[in-house]
Design a protein around this ligand. Structure first.
Ligand code: FES
Length: 157
């Protein structure tokens, strides 16, 4: 496998992990980038281990670029077993996992994944409210209830 980020992202994009709606999710978050128009939704399922709440599974759907999909694929794998607090502290370059650090031009693609994760951790889009809605159906004008969360340019907090 190549050490080049673009090559790794292309490989990850060719066989993305954890794609699709999670029917039994505990939480879901949806974000859109006002810059490029890409959108990403992430579902989380929690479980308990040794008295701690941890992420059991994560999945995603994206209308996004290759990088966003590749990072989401990596992120949904590495989120398994993390506590919500640990997951909340992950930055785009953490979520990119084996892809390596994001090139400067691709940081916002990783932020799309980060913000979808944050939104899911916040539990703002309760899955029970729209159990069968896909990201595609949510984009239909008559869907009307999709939540767009602008990405922050800086996240030094
Ligand atoms: Fe929009 Fe990558 S170009 S998320």
């Amino acid at each position: 496998m190549s050490d080049n980020f673009e090559d790794k992202a292309r490989d990850a994009m060719a066989a993305p992990q954890n794609v699709g709606e999670m029917q039994d999710a505990d939480s879901v978050g949806t974000v859109g980038s006002p810059d490029c128009g890409d959108m990403l939704r992430m579902w989380l399922k929690f479980t308990e281990k040794d008295g701690k709440k941890i992420i059991d599974r994560a999945s995603f759907q994206a209308f996004g670029c290759q990088t966003a999909i590749a990072v989401a694929s990596m992120a949904t794998e590495l989120l398994k077993g993390k506590t919500p607090e640990e997951a909340r502290n992950l930055k785009p370059n953490d979520l990119s996992g084996d892809l390596g650090p994001l090139p400067p031009m691709k940081i916002h693609c990783g932020q799309l994944v980060e913000q979808a994760l944050q939104s899911a951790l916040d539990g703002k889009d309760a899955p029970a409210e729209k159990p069968t809605e896909t990201l595609a159906s949510g984009l239909q004008p008559q869907g009307g209830k999709i939540k767009i969360v602008p990405l922050n340019d800086s996240d030094d907090s």
